[in-house]
Design a protein around this ligand. Sequence first.
Ligand code: GH3
Ligand code: MG
Ligand code: MG
Ligand code: MG
Length: 312
Amino acid sequence: FAKPVDIPQLESRLERCFAQQSGEPYRVLIVDDDRDLASRYSLVLRDAGMLVEILQDPAQIFDHLRDFNPEVVLLDVNMPYCTGPELAQIIRCNDDWLRIPIIYLSAETDIAKQMNALIKAGDDFVTKPISDNALVAAVFSRAQRARLLSDALSRDSLTGLLKHGDIKEQVAIELERALRTGDRASVVMLDIDHFKRVNDEHGHAAGDNVIRALANLLRQRLRRVDSLGRYGGEEFLAVLPDCTPQQAKQIIDEIRERFAELRFIADGGEFSCTLSAGIAGTDVHSQAEQLRERADKALYAAKHGGRNQVRV
Ligand code: GH3
Ligand code: MG
Ligand code: MG
Ligand code: MG
């Protein structure tokens, strides 16, 4: 039980952790009135591959939470005007920030006071001075869990794709980026044809299988840079960066053909399905929300044009 900690082993473990830190670096917000100390912690965390912002004035906490969107908050306990626990309570009042882990970092060694801070709000209490490794480990573990949790909560359980709110947000982010930089991007709205009949004739479970099969086709065929989500029941929304509407149409038409070739088996016998899709591409006149509406209109035209087709 009281086995001594093997430091070289811990170090190599941490290195492996950083190697696994795939994709975006973890975002950490340090709130501390001691500028020098905050800068030192920031340096250590940046060295471990994280993105760090320092906040000295607690009054600006909301701006930083909204704009920087941290995955972990490192909070000093003793600050002028507002204590760490008071600030933590304020953060916890807002549902949007309920998931952010709050780690107190303080010279306070009185256990009763530490307990009091944690009872108010917060997740961990780490005492200063702290070794670089211990700081990185404390922040890394919380950041990793926060991201896994956030990923899991934004995934639709049937398909594993992004849910309505998250794909909508992702589409807006991608389109705004494309509109700002002048890059091309395309929005795609997909809807399975006469899906009510599938449920009526073959049962809800068979319908679920169809939705899952289409989700898999889309996931396989789209690129890693594309964002894809389940917009509604049998509706999917995707954004394809660096892709003209004509290029997007070619890709979606391929998916449409392959989907129509799939054979499903259910109580009512073998059956197949088709899909319709609408595409809209970025131009200088359109806002993100207008583009999604245009893709929706194109989908409507595809439905009225006889279904099993893609319209731009
Ligand atoms: P259209 O070609 O015009 O799109 O016709 P449709 O029948 O597909 O029309 P609509 O979009 O109105 O119907 C969608 C149906 O999908 C209604 C709903 O019962 C069903 N549905 C929604 N979510 C699910 C789901 O998760 N599983 C199953 N099996 N069915 C679902
Ligand atoms: Mg302080
Ligand atoms: Mg529909
Ligand atoms: Mg439909």
